[in-house]
Design a protein around this ligand. Structure first.
Ligand code: ARG
Length: 491
C-alpha cells in the first residue's frame, strides 16, 4: 500500500508503477534514512508526540531493518561498499522494485515491497510492521521532501570524504614518480609541437596541482552542504516545535538550513558536486590523452603495467592503454550526468516537483564513475614506467630557440629583434636540413655579431631548466619546492 492511498479508490497501473518507483536507485540511501528516522523519533519524543516506549520500539525496529540490510550485502548492503552496492550495479537496468530491496528474511511479502515507491516508503512500512502504532507516528511533522534531502546530504558527506581520500592517494602516486624524475628532461609541448624542455617531475606536478584544486572544490561543496534540511517539511516547515539545530547536530551536520522552500527545491549540492567531479574527470581525461600518446611506439615515453592494459582479440602483439581510454570515455558520461542535473532543475517551478527524483540516478552514477576512474587512474600511474632515455632522445635542437633569443637579450638586444634573428636562423637550418645546434658559429655571427663561442651553452637542456627557478617554474629548485609543498599538503 502506498503511503498516500487514503484518498484513492483505484490502484496504480503497472506501467505507472514502473515510472513511479525509485527504489532500485535510492535503496543505497537506506543507512542514512535509518539514521534520519532515529533522530526524528528522538525529537518527536522530546516534543511529546512519541512516548518513551514508542521511541524505544522505533529504535529497535530501525535496528531490525539495519540488520536485514546488513544480511543482504549482495543487494547493496554496506559490505558491497558505497560504490558497488547491488542496487547501484543495477542502475539503469530496469530492475523491478521487488527485487531491489526485499530483505532476506522477515515478514516482507514480495507484493508489499513492490508497492514501496522509494526507500523512505520501504523504511516506514517495515517500521510499522515491526512496531505497529509507534511506526505509524514516525512521519509526523515531516515530508519525504525534506527527508530525501537530508538522506542525500548525509550520503554526499560520506562520499565526498571518500573521494577526497582517493584524490590524495592519486596525488601521492604522482609525487612518488615526480620524486624519481626531478632530473628527467623531456620536451614540453604546446599545440602538440615541441615547445621548451621541461622536467618530467614538473609535468607530473602539474597533475598534482590540478588534483589539489579538485580536492579544494570538493571540500568547498562539502562545507556548503553541511546544513540539515530536516524540519523543512514539504515546503512550509514543520508545524511541530522541532528544534532544528538540535536535529542538525544529532545528525552530524554543522547547522540547519535557513529556508524551508530553498531546502526542498534546490539541488545546488548535487550541481556543485557534479561540477567538481566533471572538472576532476576532465583533468584525468587530459592526462589520459597525453599518456595514451606517450605510450605509442612513436613516443615511447611511458609503459603501463599489465594490470591496467588489455590485448587485442585479433592482433597478438598489441597492448592497449584501455584504462586511459576508458577514463577519457567515462569523462563524457560524467559530464553528461552533470548536464542531466542542470537540465532537471533549469526552469523547474518551486518548490518540490517529482522531476527531482531523477537527480539520484544521475548523481549516483557520476559519483560511482568518478570513484572508479580515480582508483584505476591511480593504479595506472603507480604502476607506470616513464622512460627518461626516450624523452631525452626526443628533444629537438630547435627546442632551444628561446634560449638563443634570451642569449641575445642578455647581450643587450630587444627581445623582438632577438626573436627575429633566431627565426631566420631556424629557417636557415631548415633549408640546409640541419637543426639550430648544427649551424656553424660563422653562420650565427652572420645573423648577429653578438653570438660568440659560449653560445653552445644555450643547447644544454639542464641549463635551460636551471634558468627557470622562479615560483612555479621548471627549474630544479622550483620543482623541489613544489614537491615539498605537495608532500606537506598530503600530510
Ligand atoms: N523519492 C522521492 C525523490 O527522490 C522522494 C520525495 C517524494 N516526495 C513526494 N512529494 N512525492 O524525490
Amino acid at each position: 500500500m502506498p503511503l498516500w492511498s487514503g484518498r484513492f479508490e483505484g490502484t496504480m497501473s503497472d506501467a505507472m508503477r514502473g515510472l513511479n518507483t525509485s527504489l532500485a536507485v535510492d535503496i543505497r540511501l537506506l543507512p542514512y534514512d535509518l539514521q534520519v528516522n532515529r533522530v526524528w523519533a528522538q525529537e518527536l519524543q522530546r516534543i511529546g508526540v512519541l512516548a518513551k516506549q514508542e521511541c524505544e520500539a522505533i529504535d529497535k525496529g530501525l535496528s531490525i531493518i539495519a540488520e536485514e540490510w546488513r544480511t543482504i550485502p549482495a543487494r547493496g548492503g554496506p559490505e558491497a561498499g558505497l560504490w558497488g552496492g547491488g542496487a547501484s550495479r543495477r542502475l539503469g537496468e530496469g530492475v523491478s522494485p521487488s527485487r531491489g530491496s526485499r530483505p532476506a528474511q522477515g515478514a516482507t511479502p514480495e507484493g508489499d515491497c513492490a508497492m514501496d515507491e522509494d526507500v523512505h516508503s520501504l523504511v516506514e512500512r517495515r517500521l510499522t510492521e515491526c512496531c505497529g502504532p509507534a511506526g505509524a507516528k514516525i512521519h509526523t511533522g515531516r515530508s519525504r521532501n525534506d527527508q530525501v534531502m537530508t538522506d542525500l546530504r548525509l550520503y554526499l558527506k560520506d562520499v565526498i570524504t571518500q573521494l577526497r581520500h582517493s584524490v590524495r592517494g592519486c596525488v601521492a602516486a604522482v609525487c612518488d614518480h615526480a620524486d624519481r624524475h626531478t632530473k628527467t628532461i623531456m620536451p614540453g609541448y604546446t599545440h602538440l609541437q615541441q615547445a621548451q624542455p621541461i622536467a618530467l617531475a614538473h609535468y607530473l606536478l602539474s597533475l598534482a596541482a590540478s588534483l589539489k584544486e579538485d580536492d579544494g572544490r570538493l571540500a568547498d561543496a562539502l562545507a556548503r552542504l553541511d546544513a540539515c534540511p530536516l524540519g523543512s517539511g514539504a515546503i512550509a516547515g514543520s508545524a511541530y516545535p522541532i528544534d532544528r539545530e538540535r536535529v542538525a547536530k544529532a545528525l552530524g551536520f554543522a547547522r540547519a538550513t535557513t529556508n524551508s522552500i530553498a531546502a526542498v527545491s534546490m539541488r545546488d549540492e548535487c550541481l556543485e558536486v557534479a561540477s567538481a567531479c566533471s572538472i576532476l574527470m576532465t583533468h584525468l581525461s587530459r592526462y589520459a590523452e597525453d599518456f595514451i600518446l606517450w605510450s605509442t611506439r612513436e613516443f615511447g615515453f611511458v609503459t603501463f603495467a599489465d594490470a591496467v592494459t588489455t590485448g587485442s582479440s585479433m592482433m597478438p602483439q598489441k597492448k592497449n592503454p584501455d584504462a586511459m581510454e576508458l577514463i577519457r570515455g567515462k569523462t563524457a558520461r560524467v559530464i553528461g550526468q552533470m548536464q542531466t542535473l542542470f537540465t532537471l532543475v533549469k526552469g523547474l517551478p518551486l518548490a518540490y516537483a517529482r522531476d527531482l527524483q531523477e537527480d539520484k540516478p544521475a548523481l549516483f552514477d557520476l559519483l560511482d564513475q568518478t570513484a572508479l576512474c580515480l582508483a584505476v587512474f591511480t593504479e595506472a600511474i603507480a604502476g607506470a614506467s616513464f622512460h627518461a632515455d626516450r624523452m631525452r632522445a626526443a628533444l629537438d635542437a630547435n627546442l632551444y630557440a628561446t634560449e638563443l633569443a634570451d642569449y641575445l637579450v642578455k647581450k643587450g638586444l630587444p627581445f623582438r629583434e632577438a626573436h627575429g634573428i633566431v627565426g631566420t636562423l631556424v629557417r636557415t637550418a631548415l633549408e640546409t636540413r640541419c637543426n639550430l645546434r648544427d649551424l656553424p658559429l660563422t653562420e650565427l655571427k652572420k645573423a648577429s655579431p653578438l653570438f660568440s663561442e659560449n653560445v653552445m651553452t644555450c643547447f644544454d637542456p639542464a641549463a635551460a631548466l636551471a634558468r627557470r627557478n622562479l615560483i612555479g617554474g621548471t627549474g630544479p629548485e622550483s620543482v623541489a619546492q613544489q614537491l615539498t609543498t605537495c608532500r606537506a599538503w598530503l600530510r
